[in-house]
Design a protein around this ligand. Structure first.
Ligand SMILES: Nc1ncnc2c1ncn2[C@@H]1O[C@H](COP(=O)(O)OP(=O)(O)OP(=O)(O)O)[C@@H](O)[C@H]1O
Ligand SMILES: [Mg+2]
Length: 296
């Protein structure tokens, strides 16, 4: 672990004090989250997060990825003396609201679709350890053959030179279907949450074209294309249940969001908006268009 040397005045055992060179672990609070806001910190080349009942399960996923696709997710490094999960720090940029321009670029979207595909391929067929507990809040209600991240949004992706290179924040990962992740990612990265919920950075973007771009970059299978609309509605319901659950538990960040943003009205808008998503673009992609949509 890299620690940051600083000159500091420390108490000596004899009670006197004086300047001397010490190695002090500086904790830097990381921005970007809601549920864990203020509790995810950087220490040197590591990140510390609260330990959860599902941490052994998600650490097993991260170990698997570290073995077969190093660099696409943080590496689990155990537990610190405060009982927190320790993960490797990944250098790069994270798009936080109000999003920088690269978050809305076609190149970022394509690289994200390709990255998600590589991660899924690496997890498909892998057997997680028996008996571990998975987070349930955003889990695919049908379960599935691989481990889905379930919460891919710009804040949970590391980019370099405007291209997605790693996915972080695996807290909600659980057994699921590929389509569960593709739909979740599309919802927040195309995005097609209700227009009122998009930040200014997304104004004026062509949702239709961006949705097409993402599913092509992922190389979504024909059966998953056919399932897209149904899964979109399932995902909306699960998201709604998640928010309502957190508000009911009086989690401060969610209560504040709910109150400030007229939560009930927003969920209503979201319900109506989901029906307007141009899902036909997912099912009808011509071969010629496929070729034209590759990035490099
Ligand atoms: N391993 C990492 N490497 C680089 N940056 C990281 C890493 N982990 C977290 N970060 C940064 O810290 C921010 C918050 O971390 P993380 O997403 O893990 O927790 P969180 O978003 O606060 O949790 P939640 O979304 O559940 O509230 C991220 O948006 C990212 O900017
Ligand atoms: Mg996060």
């Amino acid at each position: 672990m890299r620690s940051i040397p600083i000159i500091c005045r420390l108490e000596k055992p004899d009670g006197s004090s004086g300047p001397r060179l010490g190695r002090v672990e500086i904790e830097q609070t990381l921005a970007g989250g809601i549920g864990n806001a203020g509790r995810v910190v950087r220490v040197g080349d590591t990140v510390r997060r609260p330990w959860r009942p599902s941490t052994p399960a998600t650490d097993a996923v991260l170990d698997r990825l570290a073995q077969v696709l190093p660099g696409v997710a943080p590496k689990p490094l155990g537990r610190d003396d405060q009982g927190r999960e320790v993960l490797s720090w990944i250098d790069g940029d994270v798009g936080l609201p109000p999003f920088p321009a690269w978050v809305t670029s076609r190149e970022f979207l394509i690289s994200l679709g390709e990255l998600l595909r590589r991660i899924h391929d690496a997890l498909d067929g892998w057997s997680p350890p028996a008996g571990v507990r998975w987070g349930q809040e955003l889990a695919d209600p049908h379960g599935g053959p691989l481990i889905a991240h379930a919460d891919i949004c710009p804040e949970n992706v590391i980019a370099r030179d405007g291209r997605a290179v790693a996915v972080i924040d695996w807290e909600f990962a659980a057994p699921g279907r590929r389509i569960w992740d593709v739909v979740s990612t599309a919802r927040l990265c195309v995005p097609f949450t209700a227009p009122s919920r998009r930040t200014a950075a997304y104004h004026g973007l062509d949702v239709r074209e961006r949705l097409r771009t993402l599913v092509e970059a992922y190389r979504l299978s024909e059966p998953d294309r056919a399932a897209f609309a149904g899964v979109l509605d399932e995902r909306r319901r699960v998201g709604e249940r998640f928010v309502r659950g957190r508000v009911a538990r009086r989690e401060p960040a969610f209560v504040e969001l709910w109150d400030n943003a007229e939560g009930e009205a927003r969920l209503q808008v979201e319900r109506g908006w989901v029906e307007t998503v141009p899902v036909d673009v997912v099912t009808k992609v011509e071969d010629g268009e496929r070729a034209a949509l590759t990035c490099d």
